[in-house]
Design a protein around this ligand. Sequence first.
Ligand code: FAD
Ligand code: FMN
Length: 928
Amino acid sequence: MDLNNVLNTALCFPKGQTVRNRLLMAPMTTCSGFHDGSVPQDLVEYYGKRAQGLGAVIVECCFIEPLGPAFPGALGIDSDKKIPGLARIATAIKQQGALAILQIYHGGRMVEPELIGGKTPVAPSAVAAAREGATIPRELSSQEIDVLITKFGDAVNRAIKAGFDGVEIHGANTYLIQQFFSPHSNRRQDQWGGDREKRSRFPLAVLDIAHQMADRAEANDFIIGYRFSPEEMEKPGIAFEDSLYLLEKLAQRGLDYVHFSVGHWSRSSIIDLADQTPLITRYRQAISATSSLAKVPVIGVGGIVNRSDVEQALAAGYDLLAVGKACIVYPDWWQRLHSGETLTLEMKSTQREALSIPEPLWYFSLVDAMIRDVQNVGKKFKAGVYHEKVEAEALKLIIDVQLDTDRITDIRLQPDSSLDVDFTQTFEQLRSRMLVANSPYVDAIAGATTQSEALKKAVSRALSTSTKHWAEDSGVDPASLEHYDVIVIGSGGAGLAAAINAHDLGAKVVVVERMPTIGGNTLKASVGMNAAQTRYQRDKGIQDTKACFYEETLKGGRFKNNPDLLQQFVERAPDAIDWLAKQEIVLSDITITGGMSIDRTHRPADRSAVGGFLISGLVKNLTKRHIDVLLDTKADNIEFHQGKVSGVRVVDEYGESRILHTKAVIVATGGFSANTKMVEHYRPELTGFVTTNHKGATGSGITLLQNLGAATVDMAEIQIHPTVEQKSAYLISESIRGGGAILVSQAGVRFCNEMETRDKVSAQIIGLAEKSAWIIFDEQVRSQNKAAEEYLAKGFVVQGDSVDDLATQLGMDPSVLTQTLETFNQGVRQQQDPLFGRTTALRHPLDKGPFYAIKIAPGVHHTMGGIAISTQAQVLDTHNHPLAGIWAAGEVVGGIHGANRIGGNAVADIIIFGLLAGEQAANWVKTV
Ligand SMILES: Cc1cc2nc3c(=O)[nH]c(=O)nc-3n(C[C@H](O)[C@H](O)[C@H](O)COP(=O)(O)OP(=O)(O)OC[C@H]3O[C@@H](n4cnc5c(N)ncnc54)[C@H](O)[C@@H]3O)c2cc1C
Ligand SMILES: Cc1cc2nc3c(=O)[nH]c(=O)nc-3n(C[C@H](O)[C@H](O)[C@H](O)COP(=O)(O)O)c2cc1C
């Protein structure tokens, strides 16, 4: 089809509405709704601007009832109050001559409890989604299903009243309607579940009621479309043939269009990898000319950016095309296409307002990943396809990485019949993240971390190989590409904060990391980051002072802390919180940890573990700035001669060593808890203790620096953490106790103030005959803490419907545990603890079942001692003189925490001193 014709050729939907051309805006949630899902004004502008020239705009999915929102900031069409706001969007779109269609949905089991006031999400059956940490939903009763169908009807009615030309029923993306059709999520045996016919009933009922509402409103040509995900990876799951079956049934009842929901319009099966036929081709081949479906227009989506994409996708068999990200980046996309511009999916970080992109959408990961600052792009590749091996556990396969001279253009999996479907799904998701970010450094796929990391590494290898080839072809010495201003050793929180800050102050930076993954121990950090006098404390009315933070840290550290470093630490803490917020790493929720008297432990708003959130945010910032991380690359010597740094000798995964040239080095290699010999050397009594730390925490940075004459302090100050699950060495976060939990012995009695510092609580546990204890909490503590879900998913938790039930399962006398809880609960009501003097985290009585218990004992957790530094993070020698050009930050450093680190102080330490080291090093290189 000739493109110019397409741009101007109308299409008549089966019920009579005409769309002026074949290009539509795809539904894309903006996360910008008010707290109740109503429409803010900037969203009206966003849609109005983007409607120019297009045939129609499909407005983002709107939840149809309060248990339905699947994202923060989701828009709602769940009450009549939402009609005026939605009407403003419809009007803004229609004023541009485009049709306004609204997508309606319910998230079902994909809804997080926090989004619905802590309630349990609902679904066809009580089966959790196949992803790590997914909540087990509550099965809907058949009466509730009837009510839900009427709510879909109400939503259609409201869309009509708001002036929309149609609705798109969201039967895709694993939300509730798809959940009813899927044999994975629908295990019902009543009229709504069972065979394929019965599982089709819910989508059909939603379509029926949509028609009824349109008929009742005499909106005879009201468009009703259906979006579907063609296949599911789950076993059992939806096959493409099942989708065709359902679509034909829907078409028989009247449909204006069907809309494929796929990442790319040309996608082939994600189940049968050997069959590379695009699904649209299979669709056209499968439906007979006499079927009802043959008369229904088909919308394709995914990867439509330029004229060639439009031409190819229409030629492949779609009638209409929906355009997603290109419409975000180019509000006037249709005009640009018309004028023949070649477009790329990139925006500058200063463009948000000019592009009328609401702030929450701007920070949405897929959108955020399109932000590039042109001056930072400087990659040079030799264009071509690079084949790389991916090896992770049992997985062994080859990927093809296709590169242009400055970017990754595709990543493909070589067909291999032994591939399992779960991996293919992981690959698809990760591929999309890497292509959008145009970098291998993207978040791993939850539940498939090892495989994700192996893939990322393979892509990163392809990039460095092609850079080497480019250098060879251009006559450039490859070694000359490895000249930096600052080399950061270690990719934990301290290293990444240092790298970003040094880069922002003008330095050319690289990060070297010995492990195959980014993040170090920081990835494991759970509770949060301490700071006093922050804006988030002020917002919550929490009165705090830096002086109190100082005193409590000093007391917690048994007065052994270096006072000057501690002063720097408390002074700079609120700025570090603000710096993170500027990088979109917002730690706005606040809790408390042992040894503190005030809520000052900052964590993500959704109360998830701080470490993953922090590393993911820092990595995004690294990617945005095109700062390289060399994985599987160990620094084994700092080239330091006559008081001057000239480079770092590194050894790669193949055992090959080379020198990276630099003027300055920041050592951020973390602690040594995972180096058993070193731990035993300094503290023989800790022989045989498990450790909570990652494998790379071996103290190698300390050795590197000692070789140059650096001094160490407090090396014997090694912290054991009281609550470690022993089989897995997994840390049970202090936030569980901070949320109100208690510790009991095997006899079922409390034995200490659980909110005391770690050393004291650990000593009390070791003092018990059994040398272990149970952490006990109730449903309220669980509902306030995401980590609890993780512990449940990992099988650490014993659960009882009542206290008696729990006690019986734990082998305790039920009357003793009941008495323990009653006494504690009475204390909570009176805000005192006569038995052990606990004064904090007396949040609420532990009286809401179910009740939970996890068996714990202490493990080696943190090394307070390390390299001696100045207040400016310079590494000091044994005469207290700085080693020129060398800084250190994070757990590799000693002195800040004294004899005992307070929970939440290490994350603060790594960001504060990481930033300081980055700043100092970048400023220093300007002077040499
Ligand atoms: C389970 C757990 C939970 C925790 N929870 C909290 C919490 O809630 N709040 C809190 O404040 N603290 C917490 N901590 C402590 C905190 O996470 C760490 O102290 C902190 O993350 C250390 O950060 P870092 O950047 O100094 O080191 P890391 O994050 O450990 O990073 C150092 C990196 O350097 C790499 N490296 C080492 N040697 C070399 C070499 N020679 N060459 C190249 N790379 C090298 C390592 O592989 C590693 O990736 C927790 C720790 C653990 C283990
Ligand atoms: C930020 C964002 C939000 C999205 N929200 C929705 C949504 O609300 N409903 C939906 O069906 N698809 C949603 N999608 C998927 C898009 O409709 C589309 O299928 C996808 O972006 C691929 O098209 P593209 O390559 O043109 O962006 C969303 C995609 C993005 C990028």
